[in-house]
Design a protein around this ligand. Structure first.
Ligand code: C2E
Ligand code: MG
Ligand code: MG
Ligand code: MG
Length: 285
């Protein structure tokens, strides 16, 4: 947009900031419509037990099927959701879809645990634990079929609140995982005192493991430490059979990653479940 000289000599123009503002406004309108118009989609990525190769659960990962921009990833819109105060709406939508899907899987003989990512802003809502428990009970699912993935920054921000929220969820039977473990500032000695079931080792530790001996020994010793505190360990970002086998040797409990499957729609996961062979460690390639 061309700048013009105003009456008093200063420029009257539509600044880049304004046009950026317009785009943002449109995007926010899109987002509000997307949330009310059922444009969010949940993809699922399987989690595999490393000792027996069985699928034990799935992680629910949100996508936005945008009417003109195509399938958007969390990195394209989660910041906007958070900034515009709509995170709790998104959380409720994802939980509803994931739990409805869990009912179908359980009825079909797949007793999968569904893991849902919960932002710190949703977790600090005092009504949240009761709301989640109600949603699980209304579907007659065992509470342990739901796992909530929380981040280290939530655990570290308000420790009393975090402990209170997690305790209420855990007492109801819901499982708790710490996501992206290792990237934040929590320590294992702090986590030891919280009601947590498992740690998900961030992929930035897992990816270099196969070509960097020091990265590998860091992973191995973190797994040992977690076990000594009674926590299960899940490795994120397992992209190769080499990493898969190595993690199994280290005694890691579960693995998640592109090597087994990318996040896919529920119908595709059904097909994947029906046709896959259990990945016994060492049985691949
Ligand atoms: P996350 O919870 O750590 O989820 C794992 C991310 O790693 C997913 O990205 C997944 O596609 C990706 N991933 C899985 N396996 C591999 C692998 O082998 N290699 C590599 N390079 N990447 C792998 P995605 O789906 O784009 O999600 C990104 C993040 O967005 C999630 O990280 C989570 O923090 C957030 N997120 C996703 N869905 C939700 C949601 O429903 N609510 C909230 N609050 N956050 C969500
Ligand atoms: Mg996660
Ligand atoms: Mg993660
Ligand atoms: Mg992550």
């Amino acid at each position: 947009y061309k700048a013009k000289s105003g009456r008093h000599g200063h420029h009257v123009y539509q600044s880049e900031d304004d046009s950026h503002g317009d785009t943002r406004l449109r995007t926010l309108q899109d987002l509000r419509l997307g949330l009310t118009d059922d444009q969010l989609v949940v993809y699922y990525q399987p989690k595999i037990g490393l000792q027996n190769g069985e699928v034990t659960g799935v992680e629910a990962l949100v996508r936005w099927q945008h009417p003109t921009r195509g399938l958007l990833l969390p990195e394209d819109f989660l910041d906007l959701v958070e900034e515009s105060g709509l995170m709790h709406t998104l959380t409720r939508i994802v939980l509803t879809k994931a739990l409805d899907q869990a009912v179908l899987w359980h009825a079909g003989g797949h007793a999968l645990t569904i893991a849902v990512n919960i932002s710190a802003s949703s977790l600090v809502n005092v009504e949240f634990p009761e709301e989640v428990v109600r949603m699980v009970n209304a579907r007659r699912l065992p509470a342990s079929a739901l796992m909530l993935e929380v981040t280290e920054d939530f655990l570290m921000s308000d420790r009393d609140r975090a402990r209170d929220v997690l305790t209420r969820l855990r007492e109801a039977g819901i499982q708790i995982a710490v996501d992206d473990f290792g990237t934040g500032y929590s320590s294992l000695s702090y986590l030891r005192d919280l009601p947590i079931d498992e740690l998900k080792l961030d992929r930035s530790f897992v990816l270099p493991m196969t070509h960097d001996a020091r990265a590998a020994s860091l992973v191995a010793s973190t797994i040992e430490l977690a076990h000594s505190l009674g926590l299960r360990m899940v490795a994120e970002g397992v992209e190769s059979s080499v990493a898969y086998d190595e993690l199994a040797r280290y005694g890691c409990d579960h693995a998640q990653g592109f090597f087994m499957s990318r996040p896919i729609p529920a119908l595709e996961l059904d097909e994947w479940l029906a046709t896959r062979h259990d990945l016994e460690p060492g049985a691949v390639n």
